[in-house]
Each structure stands twice: as structure tokens, then as C-alpha cells.
Design a protein around this ligand. Structure first.
Ligand SMILES: Cc1cc2nc3c(=O)[nH]c(=O)nc-3n(C[C@H](O)[C@H](O)[C@H](O)COP(=O)(O)OP(=O)(O)OC[C@H]3O[C@@H](n4cnc5c(N)ncnc54)[C@H](O)[C@@H]3O)c2cc1C
Length: 350
């Protein structure tokens, strides 16, 4: 039986080809021991290492071009083209959950690549509308050229938000490492302030950042929709809380603010304890459960996803697709270093 609790590796049969402890002990004793060690300090060091590796251009190039890469990326992504992402969206919608589609890509190196990503997103907005799917889009500003030229980025993202407004949809601007936080929030606020755009562009706040409480206040003043997550990037202690329990506390406190705001927000976490605490708060305060949504990543804790939908909570699944999967994939490994086990198995089998 698959165990989704905290104590044991919570990997799903469908997405992660990991079996029981016993199976690993017998077939891959080295990997088994590695997996066991990952829970403690070694785990934290590995997490740091994986995040650092996620930023390596050389490894990214190697992994994305290699033959086993596609198989690895399948664990967390819905394929390499938009058609596959739309099919996955249809399947997820049929389960009762909504979707946000992410065309994988970040730190785009050329204006042409940024333009191509923007075109892909325009196509997605039309396809979502055309097929009557319950989905919006998520994008990263460095994918739209933020690192190359701020004006280019604004010229690409502005029309996407306009397009989303015309088809009554939403562009969610993902949050990247803290060196981009201010510029990302500035752009979201600028675009949101353009007549006709309000409600069609949303921000992401990372509970791990010390600045987030102030950022939430500012975004709420403009009634901007927020996705709250813990934060997937390696940050220094001056910028982010180093202690996981402090991050969890911050997530809960910020969730309460969002739930009180009267704006529709997304609470993005797979943390069942945190979700339980939020649900308890919602019930206690008589908050309408339809006034917000939980959000989770495609392929992560599918049983918990099913349970939320079954119990009548709004849920949105983040579906990534595309060939630029490496940094996204590595951050998923870092979030749950036991995932390294399945990655290693895939490599050894190829
Ligand atoms: C919809 C969505 C959008 C996001 N957008 C952003 C963004 O824009 N910017 C950003 O910095 N971060 C983003 N994140 C990632 C987020 O910041 C966290 O890194 C990630 O969600 C892991 O934290 P957690 O809240 O699930 O809690 P954790 O405490 O890390 O995990 C809780 C439990 O969930 C399980 N779990 C968590 N991650 C995984 C995984 N990858 N594989 C298997 N099990 C796992 C583990 O069993 C763990 O016990 C997003 C996350 C989601 C769900």
C-alpha cells in the first residue's frame, strides 16, 4: 500500500516508479541507504546541492539533450508540446480539478526564444477558450526575457494579460529567486493597473521570504490575486527564513490574511498538516470554501489531490510541459530528496 504520510517516502505508484522499502533494500541497497539518510542533515545538504545544480547551464544542456532526459521529465511534466498539456488538462478537469498550464522555460537566452514562448502562451489562451477547458496560464518573467531586457519582457507579457482579459482568463506570474522579486511584483502591479486588466493577472508570494508580509499587504491594497507557496529557491538567511517550521508558520499566517481579504487566492502546498490547519481555520471562521483554492503540482501527491476534490475543496493543478524541463525537475527533486531514488533508478535502467 502506498503511504502518503510524512514519516515514509510519499511517492505515488502512478508517477514515481518507487516501490516499498523492502524492494529497495533487496534490489538497490545503496540507493535505499541513501534514501534513508536524506531525511536529516544529509537531506538538507542534498537539497541545497540540488537547487544549486538546478542553476547549472552545462548540466541543463546535457540533461535536456540526453536520451534518458525525456523519461525523467515525464515524472513531473505532461509532455513536450502544447497538445499533450491540453490533453492532460482535459483529463485533470474531468477529475473535478482546475488547471494552470506552464510552458517550461526560464532564463531565456535570446529575444527570439522569449517571443516564441509568448506565442505559445497566446495559442494556449485561445485553445483553453476554444476547448472550454477550466485552466489558466502560469509563466516566468525570465522566460519572457526579463534577464535580457525589461522592456522586451513587458512588451511580451503586456499583450498576454490583455489577451487573457479578452478571453476572461488569468495570467499567473510565477515567482523566481529573490533577485527578481521586486521587478516581478512591480510588473504585476503595473499590468494590473491598466484599465481592463484588473483580475486578469496574478502574483505569487513565497512564504519563506522575510519581505512577504509587506508584499502581501501591498498586493491586497490593489486586490491582486495571489498564489501563496513556500518558495522553491535557495536564499540566504538575510532574505528568507532558514527554518522550515518558521516557513510553515509564515505560510499559515499569510493564508489567514488572504482568506480574510475577499479576493480569490490560491494556497499552493502539498503539506497535508498545513492544509488540515487551513481547513480547520476555514470551518471555524465560517469562510466560504469556494472563495479560494488549493493548488498542487502535477504528479505530486495525487491521492491527496483526489481527496481534496472528493471533499469539495477547490483544487488547481499546475501542469508543466515543454523541453526545457531541467531546472523545474531539479527543484522537484530538491523539495523531496527521496525523489532522487526514482531518478537514479531511471538512469540505471536506461
Ligand atoms: C501550484 C504550485 C505552484 C508553485 N509555484 C511556485 C512559484 O511560482 N515559485 C516558487 O518559488 N515555488 C513555487 N512552487 C513550489 C513551492 O514553493 C514549494 O517548493 C513546493 O510546493 C514544496 O513545498 P510544499 O508546500 O509542498 O511543502 P513541503 O513541506 O516541501 O512538502 C510537504 C509534503 O509534500 C510532499 N512533497 C512536496 N514536494 C514534493 C515533490 N516535489 N515530490 C513529492 N512529494 C513532495 C512531501 O511528502 C512533503 O512531506 C509552487 C508549488 C505549487 C504546488
Amino acid at each position: 500500500m502506498w503511504n502518503e504520510g510524512r514519516a515514509r517516502p510519499s511517492v505515488s505508484q502512478r508517477y514515481f516508479a518507487i516501490s516499498t522499502h523492502e524492494w529497495h533494500k533487496t534490489h538497490f541497497p545503496g540507493i535505499y541507504i541513501l534514501g534513508e539518510c536524506l531525511c536529516d542533515r544529509t537531506g538538507r545538504m542534498l537539497k541545497s546541492l540540488l537547487i544549486r545544480l538546478s542553476e547549472s547551464a552545462e548540466l541543463r544542456h546535457f540533461a535536456e539533450e540526453s536520451s534518458f532526459g525525456k523519461r525523467l521529465s515525464d515524472r513531473f511534466a505532461a509532455g513536450t508540446d502544447a497538445g499533450e498539456a491540453l490533453n492532460a488538462t482535459r483529463r485533470v478537469n474531468a477529475t473535478g480539478a482546475n488547471v494552470t498550464i506552464d510552458n517550461l522555460g526560464e532564463n531565456t537566452a535570446t529575444a527570439e526564444a522569449a517571443l516564441a514562448s509568448a506565442e505559445t502562451y497566446h495559442g494556449l489562451l485561445d485553445a483553453i477558450k476554444g476547448h472550454g477547458l477550466r485552466a489558466n496560464i502560469s509563466l516566468k518573467l525570465t522566460q519572457m526575457g526579463l534577464d535580457l531586457d525589461t522592456n522586451l519582457c513587458q512588451e511580451l507579457v503586456g499583450p498576454l494579460v490583455r489577451h487573457a482579459a479578452l478571453v476572461d482568463n488569468l495570467v499567473r506570474i510565477d515567482m523566481e529567486g529573490s533577485r527578481f522579486t521586486q521587478r516581478t511584483l512591480d510588473l504585476v502591479q503595473t499590468l494590473h493597473g491598466i484599465p481592463g486588466n484588473a483580475g486578469h493577472v496574478g502574483a505569487v508570494i513565497q512564504a519563506s521570504l522575510r519581505r512577504s508580509e509587506a508584499d502581501v499587504e501591498q498586493l491586497l491594497n490593489q486586490r491582486i490575486r495571489i498564489r501563496l507557496c513556500k518558495g522553491a529557491y535557495k536564499e540566504i538567511a538575510k532574505v528568507a527564513f532558514p527554518d522550515k517550521s518558521r516557513v510553515d508558520e509564515s505560510f499559515f499566517e499569510l493564508s489567514r490574511k488572504l482568506l480574510d481579504s475577499g479576493v480569490f487566492h490560491g494556497l499552493a502546498t502539498h503539506d497535508d498538516q498545513l492544509i488540515g490547519k487551513i481547513q480547520k481555520h476555514v470551518r471555524k471562521e465560517g469562510i466560504d470554501r469556494k472563495s479560494f483554492e488549493f493548488q498542487m503540482l502535477y504528479g505530486v501527491r495525487p491521492k491527496l489531490q483526489e481527496q481534496l476534490v472528493r471533499e469539495g475543496w477547490n483544487l488547481r493543478i499546475y501542469i508543466p510541459f515543454g523541453s526545457a524541463w531541467y531546472p523545474y525537475f531539479m527543484r522537484r527533486l530538491a523539495e523531496r530528496p527521496a525523489n532522487v531514488v526514482f531518478a537514479a533508478r531511471s538512469i540505471f535502467r536506461s
